[in-house]
Design a protein around this ligand. Structure first.
Ligand code: NHR
Ligand code: GAR
Length: 205
């Protein structure tokens, strides 16, 4: 069985969806850069080890990433899962976890990278929005795409109402993508292509 480590910065609802999906993985730890992250107490209540590495205690991104890497690697994970993690990583960190670092981003990438994605979508007037699971690369929010889900944008949407509709889809596709990884069906090729074994069978109607 594969071992995963989940990184959070806040509420941790995606982390919770992953825990509650009862995937065939060992969730070794939940690590946050924010001591007050709400998701930490949930993880503790489930008997999952937690750790806090506060980025404000480090002089540079590089030293923070090195400390985080050391904490993560003590758990020997096969996969590191970003679930609402809010700090950009250095190239050294990303390269160390090449092919085993996943993120969920709240937009249909390549549209709306960065922050405040729901505000960006409403401002652009798109009629379809959504979320994307991708492998993390040095170029933020541009890594190879693993899965996406779309939702309609409604005329009276606010950033909050749209975020809630997208979040419900995040809670579906992120556990699914991690299940593929757990079952050895999801790989990143050396040239940066995503392979999902039996993808065609999955999508037969
Ligand atoms: N790191 C790299 N190198 N590549 C990616 O694709 C990454 C990454 C780190 C995090 C998640 C991402 C998202 O899904 C992610 C992808 C934070 C920021 C950001 O600007 C941007 C993208 C993402 C996460 N963070 C600010 C920073 O200075 C801090 C913002 C805050 O603390 O609120 O790091 O959107
Ligand atoms: C989620 O919508 C996630 O996609 C997004 O933050 C939310 C975290 O919620 N991630 C980012 O914006 C990364 N920059 P959660 O803590 O309840 O999972």
């Amino acid at each position: 069985m594969k071992t995963i480590v989940i990184l959070i910065s806040g509420r941790g609802s995606n982390m919770r969806a992953i825990v509650e999906a009862n995937l065939p993985v060992h969730i070794a730890a939940v690590i946050s850069n924010q001591a007050e992250a709400g998701g930490l107490s949930y993880a503790q209540s489930k008997g999952i080890a937690t750790a806090v590495i506060d980025h404000r205690g480090y002089a540079s991104r590089g030293t923070f990433d090195a400390a985080l890497m050391q904490t993560i690697d003590a758990f020997n994970p096969d996969l590191v899962v970003l679930a609402g993690f809010m700090r950009i990583f250095t190239e050294g960190f990303v390269n160390h976890y090449q092919g085993r670092l996943l993120n969920i981003h709240p937009s249909l990438l390549p549209a709306f990278p960065g922050l405040a994605t729901h505000e960006q979508a409403l401002k652009a007037g798109v009629k379809i929005h959504g979320c994307t699971v991708h492998f993390v690369t040095a170029q933020v929010d541009h890594g190879p795409i693993v899965a996406q889900a779309a939702v309609p944008v409604k005329a009276d949407d606010t950033p909050a109402s749209l975020a809630a509709r997208v979040l419900a889809q995040e809670h579906q596709i992120y556990p699914q993508a991690i299940r593929w990884f757990a079952e050895d069906r999801l790989t990143l090729t050396p040239d940066g292509h995503v392979n999902v074994k039996d993808w065609e069978t999955l999508n037969e109607s």
